[in-house]
Design a protein. Structure first.
Length: 435
């Protein structure tokens, strides 16, 4: 094979050491301290290296990548699955030499990396999502503590971490035991429809251990709520910088409501629109400003890095896999979706039972034949294609209701039946004319 690149190097990154291979076969190791990363950059510059390839190994690559970029190198972050060692004994020295060789022949593909200004937003959002998961765990702990005292509140109201549930829990922890006084803390709508049931559920058998467990879970939940609020502050500041500090009042349409885990970020929609130069994907079914924020944190605002919608859905992990050999279709381990792909799956999950959604009707058709898991993934892939087209092709997406979708489906079936009847030299008799 002919070498396509010259003056390139390969780096194998570990927890304690990194190994650098040059074109002439020289291999040198460095420690993973910041001082040694700088020495590595100077070593590459001294040997007139122009391009560097290294594996995306955990988080070890992040600082080295930034340092090498600041030194002016063309840094290629590559997928470890593309740099698997040839059969034989595996060492760190052989790995870095193999990466250098593959890079010199142009056999490696560059991994996606976010724009510098978006990296902070991604970090804040991922920390926020971690806090949400931890907070939900402590909600379960509160439920368990209440059940241990036979307080069946969660069977009566929709969520104990809502306004009414938290007032009752706070009152119990402050010493109140009267079920009628506790019930009076509920919202008017709950009192109107479920007063008697709530009173019965609050007649518990209080124990010291149960109250201690409830206090621990409540305090932990409140701690994570404070941490989430701090993340929201940082997200708001980052969006102000990137979105030119726009105001939601200047928008023509009201934003879609966010029902769960709404971030307390002012002018979220306007700043996202400003960041994306006027594009607004919330016209897509099920897409809110919150889901758009999570996608922006993972993907950024430049979708031109994926030349086609197929490459985009493949990167998300939503494309159907292929592993054919002759006439055989072999089973293959499915590739996991990444963070952005999971956002599309979450949106699709909320739409599959929506009777007024064309996308939901599409998903239900798939579900009837191949099951719910395949249907959700197919819906998520369709959503991702629409998302890509909206930014890259300026597609005007018009919401199509389920009735229109069903009508088109019916017309397609009638066309196929007529075509089949013509081939078989048969005649179709309408029910009305037959009677």
């Amino acid at each position: 094979m002919k070498k396509l690149k010259s003056n390139v190097a390969g780096i194998d990154i570990g927890a304690k050491d990194i190994f650098v291979a040059l074109e002439d076969g020289t291999v040198k190791s460095f420690k993973t301290f910041t001082e040694d990363f700088t020495l590595c950059a100077n070593f590459l510059a001294l040997n007139k290296v122009e391009s560097v390839a290294m594996e995306a190994t955990g988080n070890y690559w992040v600082i080295l990548y930034m340092i090498l970029e600041n030194f002016g190198f063309d840094v290629w972050l590559v997928d470890g699955r593309e740099t698997k060692q040839v059969p034989g004994r595996k060492t760190d020295v052989k790995d870095c030499q193999w990466i250098q060789q593959l890079h010199s022949y142009g056999l490696l593909n560059r991994c996606f990396t976010l724009e510098e200004e978006m990296k902070n937003l991604r970090s804040y959002n991922r920390i926020r999502e971690d806090h949400l998961r931890s907070a939900s765990m402590h909600i379960q702990h509160m439920q368990k503590a209440l059940i241990e005292m036979n307080i069946r509140l969660k069977e009566v109201i929709s969520q104990i971490h809502g306004a009414s549930g938290m007032k009752i829990i706070e009152s119990i922890l402050s010493g109140e035991r009267d079920k009628k006084k506790l019930t009076s803390l509920c919202d008017k709508r709950i009192l109107k429809n479920k007063r008697n049931e709530v009173e019965k559920s609050l007649e518990g058998y209080y124990t010291e251990a149960g109250l201690f467990a409830l206090r621990q879970a409540y305090d932990s939940y409140q701690f994570y709520q404070q941490q989430i609020a701090l993340c929201d502050v940082e997200i708001e500041e980052q969006l102000k910088k990137s979105g030119n500090d726009k105001d939601d009042k200047d928008l023509e349409k009201r934003r879609k409501p966010i029902r769960h885990n709404k971030p307390k970020v002012k002018n979220l929609g306007a700043n996202l629109i400003g960041l994306h130069k006027g594009y607004d994907p919330t016209v897509l079914e099920g897409m809110t400003d919150y889901s758009w924020l999570k996608l922006t944190a993972e993907i950024g605002y430049d979708l031109s890095k994926w030349s086609t919608e197929k490459k985009f859905t493949s990167w998300l992990g939503l494309a159907p896999g292929q592993n054919h050999s002759g006439k055989k279709k072999k089973s293959k381990k499915r590739r996991k979706v990444n963070y952005a792909g999971q956002v599309f799956k979450d949106v699709a999950f909320g739409l599959i039972n929506n009777k007024n959604s064309a996308l939901g009707e599409f998903g239900r058709r798939i579900r009837s034949r191949k099951g719910g898991i395949v249907a959700i993934k197919a819906m998520a892939r369709k959503l991702a294609i629409l998302y890509w087209k909206l930014f890259m092709e300026g597609m005007d997406y018009v919401k199509q209701n389920a009735q229109n979708y069903k009508q088109k489906l019916k017309e397609r079936k009638e066309k196929n039946i007529k075509k089949l009847a013509k081939e078989l030299n048969m005649q179709i008799i309408d029910n009305k004319s037959y009677t």
